[in-house]
Design a protein around this ligand. Structure first.
Ligand SMILES: Nc1nc2c(ncn2[C@@H]2O[C@H](COP(=O)(O)OP(=O)(O)O)[C@@H](O)[C@H]2O)c(=O)[nH]1
Ligand SMILES: [Mg+2]
Length: 227
């Protein structure tokens, strides 16, 4: 995926006068597939899968895809109350981190990518993360939500493993899920987020859509702050 729509990303970022690379903070409960997603985007093992509770991963690890895109893998939530509190603080700090370029103060993170686990019945952690952490510190149009594990949204049913894609019934369920996430956020926060997309990192399904989604919602300006 490294070269996927590269020229367009470059062109748009330069046209919008954005600092490059674009910095995206990856957030999501432990086990949603942040590491797996990074590996499939990079086409190699850049992040360890399944080590969500390892203290190692409680730090942010940064992975640069190319000159115009960089991902920052944050610790997941859902590892217990004390750890969650710590992680939330870290995510907030990352979203508010500033850098000064030519005397101008900017936020370091351009966007937040929130990954949800499409196979989980309990989206509670994910919503809590969005409502009480992420959306408190970054503008809603800079928040991109992606539902991973599309293959598991009906507990594995209607996933066509021959064709490596969802059958129509599962597509319906996934489409419905994207709308219900958007609606729930609207109800709880009054904010309108971009409609989520869905994909499967494990089965390499809809991965281009993941990048398409970032491109579609590429910020039109820097996050400049006046102090
Ligand atoms: N079925 C399914 N499993 C996935 C998918 N993506 C990740 N996983 C599995 O979910 C587990 C956690 O993945 P990981 O990338 O470590 O999640 P992280 O904690 O968010 O970094 C691993 O066992 C992965 O193989 C997916 O799209 N579908
Ligand atoms: Mg991980």
């Amino acid at each position: 995926m490294k070269n996927y729509r590269f020229d367009e990303i470059q062109r748009r970022m330069l046209a919008n006068n954005l600092l490059h690379p674009l910095d995206a903070l990856l957030v999501g409960a432990t086990g949603t597939g942040k590491s797996t997603t990074l590996n499939v985007l990079f086409g190699s093992t850049v992040a360890k899968v399944g080590d969500g509770v390892d203290p190692e991963t409680q730090k942010i690890s940064s992975h640069q895809l190319h000159d115009f895109m960089r991902f920052h893998d944050s610790a997941g939530l859902g590892d217990g109350k004390a750890a969650d509190h710590e992680h939330s603080k870290n995510i907030t700090a990352e979203l508010l981190r500033t850098i000064t370029i030519d005397g101008q103060h900017n936020r370091f993170m351009d966007i937040a990518m929130v990954l949800l686990d499409g196979g989980s019945r309990d989206m509670g952690t994910a919503f809590r993360l969005l409502e009480t952490v992420v959306l408190q510190s970054i503008e809603p149009h800079r928040v991109i939500v992606a539902i991973n594990q599309a293959d598991m949204a009906m507990s594995g049913r209607s996933w066509n493993s021959q064709l490596n894609k969802p059958d129509p019934a599962l597509i319906d369920r996934l489409e419905e899920k994207t709308l219900s996430v958007q609606k729930r956020i609207k109800e709880s926060t009054g904010l309108t987020i971009n409609r989520p997309i869905y994909y499967s990192a494990k089965f390499n399904y809809n991965i281009p859509v993941f990048i398409d989604h970032i491109i579609k919602h590429l910020p039109t300006s820097r996050r400049t702050i006046t102090k």
